[in-house]
Design a protein around this ligand. Structure first.
Ligand code: PMP
Length: 430
């Protein structure tokens, strides 16, 4: 049996200070009817909590730790950088080095700006799109999550969906009138919205592989169709690659789909586990950002040297072979889960793209938010709690995605499949 006494105590104490005892809502494990293990340390593919339990980690800090936790070269780079100073509030060559590495793989980012979180990146990208087009409306997709800035808290995924807070209080009604929220993987819906507001839409923003309504990849024709529509209507196409950037593939989602967006946002992997994110794109747009242009955006800790060092060490090490390795493991894992589910007649839909993978307890394919929400969330929570007891650490909500790192091994995958098998067996007997 897993020990939880120390984590329970730590959680009670944390609740005195933080809403729900946490600093980001989904970490509270509420939607799976459990409480969070408090983490002591992490190494490679494993998390270790303060009760001494070990977990195989498929959350990987919600994406960033693609080389596994506390990876030697990343730690070395961060440590070496730290002794030279932790923040200058002035330019350093580290920022340019990271930008070079990014641009090599994401050439559409002709110019970019470093920020500290995905939320800042998408918020700034929308401001830029609105500023350069002189239009105020933009299109987002139901179930996609683009951070917690006001304009995006409309039919959002991730924790917003987990806690059913689809229209957050505190967001000005007049502002979100400008957010047009349409169904994912439904090109007709995008056509309709452009027909209704032909000259008013500044941008369409998309998670090209949605990971915040569970994992739901966009169909290639859908992405290609939006590219065409945005061009026809003078709107910008923004790829929110905060999750997919350097995660779904070596060249990110835009490489995978062969579609060139006008603007891109990155986060998670690009900071190697430290707070860094980026927005960027075509120079004709980026030149409008201050001080070259008049659209304002700034940050005290932006381009932070520790975050840059971690990002550089991460991107410098990742090879195309690493992605093949991780993809093979992810494929093996979902195939194993599928097989185990079939054995016990559990209806399941699994997906896998590169190093991202996901599952829904549903007997129908899942291509949009409505279908995702129609999955059996109660069964998800049961399975979740049992897997946690088995030492498998997954995202504690149906509206999230699993990840793989280079530190995971075939043995980890085997052990995880066997754990799923035991859990399905146990829940079938009950
Ligand atoms: N965009 C996407 C696609 C994301 O997945 C996330 C975070 N999960 C964000 C934006 C927001 O990033 P952050 O949490 O760093 O603000």
């Amino acid at each position: 049996m897993r020990q939880t006494e120390q984590s329970q105590k730590a959680f009670e104490k944390a609740k005195e200070y933080f809403p729900g005892g946490v600093n980001s809502p989904v970490r509270a494990f509420r939607s799976v009817g459990s409480t969070p293990p408090f983490i002591d340390h992490a190494k490679g593919a494993y998390l270790y909590d303060i009760d001494g339990n070990q977990y195989i980690d498929y959350v990987l800090s919600w994406g960033p730790m693609i080389l596994g936790h506390a990876q030697d070269k990343v730690i070395e780079a961060v440590t070496k950088t730290a002794v030279k100073g932790t923040s200058f509030g002035a330019p350093s060559p580290l920022e340019t080095r990271l930008a070079e590495l990014i641009q090599k793989r994401v050439p559409s980012m002709e110019e970019m700006r470093m920020v500290n979180s995905g939320t800042e990146a998408t918020m700034s990208a929308i401001r830029l799109a609105r500023g350069v087009t002189g239009r105020e409306k933009f299109v987002k997709f139901k179930g996609c999550y683009h951070g917690h800035s006001d304009s995006f808290l409309v039919n959002a995924g991730s924790g917003v969906a987990t806690f059913e807070l689809e229209d957050s209080p505190g967001v000005p009604k007049d502002l979100i009138k400008q957010t047009l929220s349409v169904e994912y993987n439904n090109l007709q819906a995008v056509q309709d919205v452009f027909k209704r507001y032909p000259d008013e839409i500044a941008a369409v923003i998309i998670e090209p592989i949605a990971g915040n309504m569970g994992m739901v990849p966009a169909q290639p024709e859908f992405i290609q169709g939006i590219r065409k529509l945005t061009e026809e209507h003078g709107a910008l196409f923004i790829f929110d690659e905060v999750m997919t950037g350097f995660r779904c593939d070596y060249d990110s989602a835009q490489g995978l789909y062969g579609v060139v967006p006008d603007l891109t946002t990155l986060g998670k992997v690009v900071g190697g586990g430290l707070p860094a994110a980026v927005f960027g794109g075509k120079r004709q747009y980026m030149k409008h950002i201050a001080p070259d242009g008049s659209i304002y955006q700034a940050g005290t800790l932006s381009g932070n040297p520790l975050a840059m060092a971690a990002g550089i060490a991460t991107l410098e090490q990742l090879t195309r072979e690493d992605y093949e390795y991780m993809n093979a493991l992810a494929k093996k894992l979902v195939a194993g889960i599928d097989q185990a589910a079939a054995k016990y007649q559990v209806p399941i839909q699994t997906t896998c793209r590169g190093t991202m993978w996901g599952y829904f307890f549903n007997d129908q394919p899942v291509n949009n938010f409505e279908q995702s929400k129609a999955s059996d969330q109660q069964y998800f929570a049961h399975v979740y709690r049992e897997l946690l007891e088995e030492g498998i650490y997954l995202a504690p909500s149906q509206f999230e995605t699993g990840f793989m790192s280079t530190a995971h091994t075939e043995q980890d995958i085997e052990a995880t499949i066997q754990a799923f098998d035991r859990v399905f067996a146990k829940l079938t007997e009950q």
